[in-house]
Design a protein around this ligand. Structure first.
Ligand SMILES: Cc1cc2nc3c(=O)[nH]c(=O)nc-3n(C[C@H](O)[C@H](O)[C@H](O)COP(=O)(O)OP(=O)(O)OC[C@H]3O[C@@H](n4cnc5c(N)ncnc54)[C@H](O)[C@@H]3O)c2cc1C
Length: 298
């Protein structure tokens, strides 16, 4: 930690803390002076600080808290610790079983970002273009938080409340995300995204998680990233497919309804009309892969 004195430029250096338990991190968040920021992999936060877009009087680095790291699956419920990196998640057997997770981790930037960037950082930042959020929405994940009032869990759908806005309360840190692991015998998942050349970030991404019974779709969960303020579920697609034969024709027809649930903006990545078309295409591709992995033959 620094002593907070001014450097040669007259600017005060931020304090830096590296607690080793969740409780110590929460105490630091409560007691640190001024504007305190949580940092994990630093892949998003530190560039913003360097560019002067975010200010900080103190950093609480949670990356050394052992209780926040790692992936476990117990009684069919998967828990991914907040400081688990994309690379660690991709290397875990869970990402093979739930292919949408592995596919989302694989398309994130480059090796440095995947090695340092964390699941908790992706969730806490609330950027709807982040790739991992669509699979987590499709998996109906919830978010664990620890703070001054103890621990709580919130569905990811309620935690992400707007562009770069979350329901994280003052002094809270994200501890993990959890979700039911889809039945490995009857389920499949996939993540498809498109990124404009040179941008690296998703113009749109779609995750699908499908469970089959006797060749029909028992459940279909589809979530889209980068095409609304938060990652959104494609409820119209899900409703149309549920109970239908898992056929290519049914998937194609249902996918045309994906634009009904999104609200894309006009930006350098494309017009709303282009993004709606893109989402329909990505929805069809992700559903076909998910059904194939679930043992269906669309
Ligand atoms: C060059 C580059 C390319 C990228 N490309 C992609 C891409 O293609 N796809 C993609 O999805 N992402 C991309 N990213 C973003 C990357 O996924 C995120 O930077 C990363 O996941 C954030 O995790 P982090 O641990 O680095 O977070 P940090 O930068 O440490 O923190 C990010 C934010 O989350 C908060 N935070 C972090 N951990 C916690 C916690 N446990 N509890 C509460 N708040 C917390 C911080 O205070 C900060 O506000 C890219 C980033 C870079 C730099």
């Amino acid at each position: 930690m620094t002593d907070g004195t001014a450097d040669a430029t007259g600017r005060s250096e931020a304090d830096y803390y590296r607690p080793e338990t969740v409780e110590a991190a929460c105490r630091r968040l409560r007691d640190a002076d001024g504007r305190v920021r949580i940092v994990a992999g630093g892949q998003t936060l530190l560039p913003l600080v360097r560019q002067g877009l975010v200010d900080a009087d103190a950093f609480v680095d949670v990356s050394a808290v052992p209780g926040l790291s790692g992936v476990t699956v117990e009684d069919g419920r998967a828990t991914v610790g907040a400081t688990t990196t994309y690379a660690e998640l991709a290397d875990h057997g869970l990402a093979d079983r739930v292919a949408a997770l592995g596919e989302a981790c694989a398309v994130v930037a480059d090796r440095q970002v995947r090695t340092l960037g964390t699941v908790g950082g992706a969730v806490a930042h609330g950027d709807p273009t982040f790739d991992l959020l669509a699979p987590l929405r499709a998996l109906d994940a919830d978010v664990g938080l620890a703070g001054p009032d103890g621990r709580r869990r919130v569905p990811l759908s309620e935690f992400l409340i707007g562009h770069l806005r979350t329901d994280r309360h003052e002094g809270e840190l994200v501890t993990d995300v959890t979700f039911d692991r889809p039945d490995p015998e009857r389920s499949g998942s996939a993540y498809e995204r498109h990124a404009a050349a040179g941008s690296g970030r998703a113009t749109a991404g779609v995750a699908a998680v499908v469970t089959l019974v006797d060749g029909a779709v028992e459940t279909a969960r589809v979530a889209c990233s980068a095409v609304a303020d938060t990652p959104v579920r494609a409820h119209a697609v899900e409703g149309d497919l549920t109970g239908e034969a898992a056929s290519a024709e049914a998937v194609a027809a249902a996918s045309e309804r994906a634009p009904a649930d999104i609200d894309p903006i006009d930006d350098e990545a494309g017009s709303p009309a282009y993004k709606r078309r893109l989402v329909a295409t990505l929805t069809e591709r992700s559903l076909l892969s998910a059904i194939g992995r679930a043992g269906g033959s669309p």
